[in-house]
Design a protein around this ligand. Structure first.
Ligand SMILES: Cc1ncc(C[n+]2csc(CCOP(=O)(O)OP(=O)(O)O)c2C)c(N)n1
Ligand code: SF4
Length: 278
């Protein structure tokens, strides 16, 4: 009989000290992840955190599980491949809005439609933090705080939840770095959802967007249960402010690969691996 795992949240921390700026929203996501892992009694030896590149993508180093700090925008590709090859593992992909919606945008929409049983956490600060504050796909049109985009980028920002829904994501939630307890609850639900779960976290970049501290006044928690009707969810995601938090949309649909498909077949994988050996 396997023994239940009872560890405290802090025991899921790696001991590597985060080098984020004091006040960075990504600290909340880190704390929420370890809290969710403790709450679920997750086996850290069977958990993998995969990321791309960016301040947010440093997160796997700070968690005492397996981790893969990949290349920019490719965390989801790596994470899906891993989950398909090793369905027994708990797989989470993480990254920023630049990583996930810009250079990794293609992987994001295809991950939504593919529906591999894993969780993706996008830590959205509406800016490229690591490379000194350039505009990202979620930067407001008139954000004129960077010399690179005087008067603002001038293009409409993505609405990540609407994009995810249109691409077929079956589970969509939003958190806010000012409420790590809510993020922890959402992560636990996301991990337990049998399919691709997309958690969009508004995670402030205190250094390049200090005005984001104002988010606390506009964030509001959804009181109603999650929507399960895609038409209703489309209306919500197209017209909302983008600051409604909680589980917003949830439907059940079949995951990929289909049960019984050869993708998890150890023999087929060994053959594939051999063909790449030089
Ligand atoms: C192929 C490639 N292009 C560009 C970069 C430079 N780069 C590193 S991080 C980054 C953006 C990070 O922004 P985001 O994903 O929003 O994360 P944040 O730092 O804001 O948490 C960019 C453009 C890179 N490392 N690799
Ligand atoms: S630059 Fe922004 S995103 Fe990066 S660590 Fe500092 S506050 Fe966080």
């Amino acid at each position: 009989m396997t023994q239940a795992i009872r560890l405290k949240a802090k025991e899921y921390k790696s001991g590597v000290k985060p080098i984020w700026c004091p006040g960075c929203g990504h600290f909340s996501v880190l704390n929420a992840i370890t809290k969710a892992m403790a709450g679920l009694g997750i086996d850290k030896d069977n958990t993998v955190l995969v990321s791309g590149i960016g301040c947010s993508s440093r997160l796997p180093a700070y968690v005492d599980s397996y981790g893969f700090h990949g290349v920019h925008g490719r965390g989801l590709a790596i994470a899906q491949g891993l989950k398909v090859a090793r369905p027994d593992l708990t797989v989470l992909a993480l990254g920023g809005d630049g990583d996930g919606f810009s250079i990794g945008g293609n992987h994001f929409i295809h991950a939504c439609r593919r529906n591999v049983n894993m969780t993706y956490i996008a830590m959205d600060n509406e800016v490229y933090g690591m490379t000194q504050g350039q505009a990202s796909p979620t930067t407001p049109m008139d954000w004129d705080h960077s010399k690179l985009t005087p008067h603002g980028p001038g293009v409409r920002p993505f609405k990540p939840a609407a994009l995810a829904l249109a691409a077929g994501a079956p589970w969509i939630a939003r958190g806010y770095s000012g409420n790590p307890n809510q993020i922890a609850k959402l992560i636990a639900q996301a991990v337990e959802h049998p399919g691709f779960s997309f958690l969009h976290v508004m995670s402030q970049c205190i250094t390049f967007c200090p005005e984001q501290t104002d988010w606390k006044a506009i964030v509001n928690e959804r009181a109603e249960p999650a929507l399960s009707d895609a038409d209703e969810a489309a209306k919500l995601f197209l017209h909302e402010s983008g600051f409604q938090t909680g589980l917003l949309y949830c439907e059940q649909r079949s995951t990929w690969p289909p049960a019984g498909a050869a993708a998890g077949d150890a023999g087929a994988l060994a053959g594939l691996a051999a063909s790449f050996r030089v």
